[in-house]
Write a protein that binds this ligand. Structure first.
Ligand SMILES: [Zn+2]
Ligand SMILES: [Zn+2]
Length: 358
């Protein structure tokens, strides 16, 4: 089978590997669509582990099930969780399943940028989600990123009725904006350095979008009826965004950190100005639980998220190098989707016919 092997952000190679063999409790999935995630291009995080096959936002058709797999069969259209929790440890039992050791160790084999992946037993038990007919494969690649957004906003205390500042309007910022709009946020301001993304932010639900160099907390306050923001979401790795977030959060509000910085970055804090008599909260979130995958899928199936419009590039697996370049550049792209098997099962069932390529 064809796999795209990651060596670095500008070195992805198409290689041949044997199709994974499955045991009695496992599933072999034919990957129909795989999204490139912002975390895939975090070179400092990925490069030490290279060469490796990335890709965790995937959807496909079950090609084969092990003899002891009961709930799924060949031909089922699914998405899957690459990480699944144990549901027994202290972290899991306190609602922090995504920091569970098991969750960190589980993974699909070899990764989604391949024609086929093997889902190990733990993933088959907890991380397989049948796609309703109305959800296409490419829409299903949004289940994982949307599940992460849903979890993050929940950990941040929800968005209903809140004024929200989203710093960084790449695909994760856009998903935050779109989802917050649908969940009843009262006022949303988006910040980015790309005109293309600022336009997109408005299309997907921001009331105002501002070029990052022009943004100040004072401007934010003027726009938001003389108040700072009840929720500030940092969806970019720029340290300057974190400082802007500190300056922009209203008393009693929350800052949600949704993206890491480069390693080693330290953020100086004017401690009293920030914390004394402010009752602000900081929340970070990582990944999502199987329950949140299901919730995200249910949201998508209801059909009121405009996900297909977020897809700017559809590429064959052989073009994955271009896909990574687009995501690294972070300019005129939002969601970039790769088709490891050429998208040949497009429109299966009643799924809307998607354009295979731009
Ligand atoms: Zn992702
Ligand atoms: Zn656990």
């Amino acid at each position: 089978m064809r796999v795209a092997v990651y060596y670095s952000n500008d070195d992805l190679r198409l290689e041949e590997r044997p199709i994974p063999k499955i045991s009695s409790q496992e599933i072999l999935l034919r990957v129909e669509a795989a999204g490139i995630c912002g975390s895939d291009v975090m070179e400092w995080y990925r490069r030490d582990k290279a060469p490796l096959v990335l890709g965790h936002e995937i959807a496909g058709t079950i090609e084969e099930v092990g003899t002891k797999v009961r709930n799924y069969k060949k031909g089922d259209r699914i998405t899957c969780a690459h990480h699944v929790p144990c549901d027994r440890c202290k972290y899991c039992l306190s609602g922090h399943q995504t920091v569970c050791e098991t969750l960190r160790k589980t993974n699909i084999d070899p990764g989604g940028f391949a024609e086929f992946v093997r889902l190990p037993e733990a993933n088959v038990k907890k991380g397989v989600f049948i796609l309703p007919e109305s959800v296409s494969f490419e829409e299903a690649t949004f289940v994982e990123p949307l599940a992460c957004v849903l979890r993050a906003q929940r950990l941040a205390g929800g968005v209903e009725g809140k004024s929200i500042l989203v710093i960084g309007s790449g695909i994760s910022g856009i998903l935050h904006i779109h989802f917050a709009r649908i969940c009843g946020a009262s006022f949303i301001v988006a910040v980015d350095i790309s005109e293309f993304r600022l336009d997109a932010a408005k299309r997907f639900g921001a009331d105002v979008s501002i070029y990052a160099k022009d943004y100040t907390a004072e401007l934010g306050r003027r726009l938001n009826q003389q108040r700072l923001f009840e929720l500030v979401i940092v969806a970019t790795s720029a340290p300057s965004a974190i400082l802007q977030a500190f300056e922009s959060v209203e008393r009693g509000g929350t800052v949600l950190f949704f993206a890491p910085c480069e390693p080693g970055v330290k953020i100086p804090v004017a401690f009293n100005e920030l914390f004394w008599r402010t009752e602000i909260g900081f929340v970070s979130s990582y990944a999502a639980t199987p329950h949140e995958y299901q919730e995200a899928l249910d949201f998508i199936a209801r059909g009121n998220l405009r996900l297909k419009e977020m897809i700017t590039h559809r590429l064959d697996l052989s073009e994955i190098g271009l896909g990574f370049k687009l995501v690294v550049e972070a300019r005129d792209s939002l969601k970039v989707i790769v088709y490891p098997t050429g998208g040949s099962y497009y429109g299966l069932g009643n799924a809307k016919q998607d354009e295979p390529y731009l």
